[in-house]
Design a protein around this ligand. Structure first.
Ligand code: TTP
Ligand code: MG
Length: 426
């Protein structure tokens, strides 16, 4: 019996939940992300707002310029998570092989009539949850996902195995998931603009253009995808970031960075992960964004250790006099505690893990603020003084002397956290 892969993705998810919960918003441009006067970004928007050019990840201020009459709403994550669970439960009724890939998206494998299954699912989600869900049906994940993309919004598109190549051929190279804009540009400059041209290209030419990815991308352009459904892709990274209400200079960013490292460390430990790479993300006032990473000699998950790396990256790569609008930190190269083969490669880090878990226990009992790095980095806190006492996060205070020197000086004044108090060294 033919096996089909279905890619299910809810339309304008957060905005659709808001329109469902508040009928007066239906048919109107709705933008979810927060106050348009704030400096956040659009999480998503209804298709009515998309008609004006509003998109996910766009600054809210820009969204307001494009669509001033839109309704701007805050993000109600708990609510969306609840609706997401309802939808995933419906999908699970259709097939035992369901792989959720994000809050509003999942792959399913079904035997028999894939189109009938897709119709049933769309109908059930509309009737029971009141939302539109687009479904792409194909012989594998890649084709199902691309079909879903093409069928949006509120559509169903099935591509049978024998039709895959002809369907893909006229599509632009940018349509292939996993092929980024830089690679697309390289291909286009070489005269390869469509997936059909990529599929038929001389492997030697592709080797020169795409290096190690040549064979894989050419195979995908022909509709090949061997990845099974039901095995969740390993979590590649976890991240936290924050946009400031007012631009800050690097010295004034430290308390926020400490807080982000606490949040990141807590999540890593909750999920049983440790990181072998830490990445710092910074967005300058002019919106240029940079990321800088460091590979670690052993996996870490303690807040203080994450902060020490993030702080060093900030000192090394971000000039002390630049103004920043966002800072973020990511943990990548994740190793799971259930993967003893991986962990045995790095013996001897059990102490930092035990300490971090002790912090979590205290926080669970007495609240997140009971023990933390961030307080020490707030103006009036312990600041950059050497850490005192026997707290588990003692390593956090250790910083390179050069970094400390770069942070000093008048450049830091006036950009402190919390109501613009100047950052002072204590
Ligand atoms: P998507 O499925 O990418 O977007 P969408 O459901 O809003 O719209 P559509 O699928 O019809 O194109 O993401 C699902 C939700 O994830 C989205 O509703 C909001 C959230 N999200 C963000 O918070 N930030 C983002 O940058 C993106 C892309 C999505
Ligand atoms: Mg969606």
């Amino acid at each position: 019996m033919q096996r089909w892969v279905l890619h299910c993705d809810l339309d304008a998810f957060f905005a659709a939940v808001e329109q469902r919960d508040r009928p007066e918003l239906r048919g109107r441009p709705v933008i979810v992300g927060g106050d348009p006067g704030s400096r956040g970004v659009v999480a998503t928007c209804s298709y009515e707002a998309r008609a004006f050019g509003v998109r996910s990840a766009m600054p809210l201020a820009q969204a307001r310029r494009l669509c001033p009459h839109a309704v701007f709403l805050p993000v109600r994550r708990e609510r969306y998570a609840e609706v997401s669970r309802q939808v995933m439960a419906i999908l699970a009724r259709e097939s035992p092989v369901v792989e959720p890939v994000s809050i509003d998206e999942a792959y399913l494998e079904v035997a028999g009539d894939g189109v009938a299954a897709a119709r049933r699912l769309r109908e059930a989600v509309r009737r029971e949850v009141g939302l539109a869900m687009t479904v792409g049906v194909g012989p594998n994940r890649l084709v199902a996902k691309m079909a879903c993309q093409m069928a949006k919004p509120d559509g169903l598109l099935a591509v049978p195995p024998e039709g895959v190549q002809a369907w893909l051929a006229p599509q632009p190279v940018e349509a292939l998931p996993g092929l980024g804009p830089a690679t697309a540009q390289r291909l286009r400059r070489a005269g390869i603009a469509t997936l059909g041209q990529l599929a038929a290209a001389d492997p030697l030419v592709l080797q020169r253009l795409l290096k190690g990815r040549a064979a894989e991308l050419q195979a995908r352009a022909r509709g090949w995808d061997p990845r099974p459904v039901g095995v969740p892709a390993p979590t590649r990274s976890l991240s936290e970031e924050r946009t400031f209400g007012r631009d800050r200079q690097p010295a004034a960013v430290l308390p926020v960075l400490a807080e982000l490292c606490e949040e990141l460390g807590t999540r890593l430990r909750q999920h049983g992960y440790r990181a072998t790479q830490v990445t710092l993300k910074v967005r300058y006032a002019d919106f240029t964004t940079i990321t800088r990473s460091r590979a670690l000699p052993r996996p870490i998950c303690a807040d203080g250790e994450l902060f020490a790396v993030a702080r060093e990256l900030l000192a090394r790569h971000v000039p002390a006099d630049r103004w920043l609008r966002l800072v973020g930190v990511a943990a990548a190269g994740l190793v799971h505690r259930d993967d003893p083969q991986q962990l045995s490669l790095w013996p001897g880090d059990t102490r930092s893990l035990r300490l971090a878990e002790a912090v979590d226990r205290v926080r669970r009992r007495f609240g997140r603020r009971a023990l933390g790095l961030a307080a020490r980095w707030l103006p009036g806190g312990e600041g950059e003084a050497a850490p005192r006492g026997g707290g588990p996060d003692r390593t956090a205070g250790r910083a390179t002397p050069t970094a400390d020197r770069r942070r000093a000086g008048p450049a830091a004044a006036g950009a402190g956290a919390g109501g613009g108090r100047p950052w002072t060294r204590s």
